[in-house]
Design a protein around this ligand. Structure first.
Ligand code: SF4
Length: 498
């Protein structure tokens, strides 16, 4: 899902009456304001999708005019981080305390309608490691969102909280912004508590779905005249091509341009949805012992074919020591299909990584069961976690599972012969080997097809013209686990990844 940087998110919050710290946005290439805010001020580079900006030197406090100009020039020029949209000049504040708040979308399940979740913690700012223990989760309806009074009642579980009504009113504004602009993620971190007890949004960011942006709001989300960089790495270009060929669902991938700190663990990530990104950020925060190789987001009901291709790209990153995959725990994508994609990527990549997997959503139990069956035969260790586990437990396990030099293996050869089906979208080739299934009974690979696209006709494969292939990989998975390898799927990858 596209990310909205702070300077744009501030406008959305302001439109719903949420107080934000005074600031002025300087777009790259623009003139400076005639009157500068009073020093000291903070210069904050505005880069869509960037997190942990303070850690990466993208937020700087300046005390003098010469510091101001030199730092501003540097942040407006292309750097390790790419090209910023511009720099936000924000007033420095004396804060009594810092809180954290976020809203995210809960895609729901067969038993529960979609809705929103409000997160609040009295542990705000950059020192976030301990936040998971103080986090309050408040589910709310998108049609009739919870009011300030209801939020205040929920906050009563934090017995140290002073002025819960003031906080509840602020959080209500947050929910109104989230629902009003149909966002998928909205985060304010920190919420600053001023000396008079009032609150202000000091830093914020959002994520959204392009299709949910109204015509009248286009300029708020896609401001005209931006000069931000399009200098994509080779692997990022690969993901662009994957998205063009298979546009359904989100497939976002951006590599870290910085140099990993010495001895930091280099973690490749597959984060599912804005919730997954938020949890990763919350659990790694300012940790310098963990270097995130890439940002990623696979969500919104993408096919397993697409998940596989993006995973193969993530595995192809040089220097990665481990892969961590997690969502918010409520994914829209069927988790068994996702697990099939992870398994296929692990057995077909020449550069598999030790892997930590947290499945959450429909068929999450089947996803974990799949890995219980096949983990022993993989060239790298794999550990799975249930959705109830907060990702900080996974983060704690990274060091134990990471390999300094993960193996380089010879992947299996592509299926032989000609495919019997070439699926156009999502693109993939299906091979059928009748010699491998002599029985008259329908093989498990056919009965596993959830759409009924594959039909068994006396030992022959037929396509049901009424059905569609959704690229779920269930046929191949069942063929390898329950059958004799009679169905194979080949998913073409760009040469850069192989
Ligand atoms: S043929 Fe059926 S089981 Fe196989 S990928 Fe397509 S939809 Fe899934």
């Amino acid at each position: 899902m596209p990310a909205l940087p702070e300077y744009l998110t501030r406008t959305l919050l302001g439109n719903f009456g949420v107080p934000v710290v005074d600031g002025y946005f300087v777009m790259t290439g623009d003139d400076l304001p005639v009157e500068l805010p009073e020093l000291p001020i903070f210069l904050k580079a505005q880069i869509p999708g960037a997190t942990s900006r303070k850690k990466h030197g993208l937020v700087r406090k300046v005390e003098t005019i010469s510091e101001f100009h030199s730092n501003l020039d540097e942040l407006l020029s292309p750097g390790d981080w790419g090209q910023a949209d511009g720099v936000l000049l924000a007033k420095g504040l004396n804060l009594k305390a810092e809180y954290y708040a976020g809203c995210m979308l809960d895609f729901g399940s067969q038993k529960q309608l979609p809705g929103g979740i409000l997160l609040f913690s009295t542990e705000g700012g950059s020192g976030v490691e301990g936040r998971s223990g103080t986090l309050v989760k408040i589910p709310f309806s998108l049609l009739t969102p919870i009011d300030a009074e209801g939020i205040a009642e929920e906050l009563a579980v934090i017995d140290t909280l002073k002025n819960p009504e003031i906080i509840a009113a602020f959080l209500k504004g947050l929910i109104s912004t989230f629902v009003g602009y149909r966002l998928t993620v909205l985060e304010v971190n920190p919420i600053g508590v001023l000396s008079d007890g009032s609150l202000t949004a000091v830093d914020c960011r959002a994520e959204f779905e392009k299709a949910a942006v109204k015509k009248t709001e286009k300029d708020l989300f896609f401001p005209p005249g931006l000069k931000s960089s399009t200098d994509l790495t080779q692997l990022e270009q690969t993901v662009e091509l994957i998205n063009i060929a298979d546009p359904a669902g989100t497939g976002f991938f951006r590599q870290n341009r910085e140099t990993p700190p010495d001895k930091a663990l280099r973690v490749a990530t597959n984060l599912c949805g804005g919730g997954g990104k938020m949890l990763w950020e919350m659990t790694t925060g300012l940790r310098t012992d963990i270097y995130t190789m890439n940002e990623s987001d696979t969500s919104g009901g993408l096919s397993a074919f697409k998940s596989y291709r993006i995973l193969r790209t993530i595995f192809a990153q040089k220097g990665a020591q481990v892969l961590l995959l997690t969502g918010s725990g409520m994914a829209f994508q069927n988790q068994h299909h996702l697990a099939a994609a992870v398994w296929k990527a692990l057995r077909e990549t020449p550069t598999p990584l030790p892997t930590l997997l947290r499945f959450g959503g429909t068929d999450e139990d089947k996803a974990r069961e799949l890995f219980e069956r096949i983990s022993a035969d993989l060239p790298v260790p794999v550990k799975t976690y249930p959705a109830e586990i907060f990702p900080n437990v996974m983060v704690d396990d990274i060091e134990a599972i990471a390999m300094q030099n993960p193996p380089h293996v010879q992947p299996p050869s592509s299926p032989e012969g000609e495919p019997v089906i070439r699926v156009e979208v999502p693109p993939g080739d299906i091979y059928f080997y009748p010699d491998k299934w002599k029985s008259d009974e329908e093989p498990p690979s056919f009965s596993a097809c959830p759409t009924g696209y594959l039909l068994w006709n006396n030992g022959e494969l037929q396509i049901n013209p009424e059905a569609k292939c959704i690229g779920c990989l269930m046929c191949e998975t069942a063929s390898l686990l329950e059958g004799n390898g009679e169905i194979r799927i080949h998913l073409e990858m760009p040469a850069e990844v192989d």
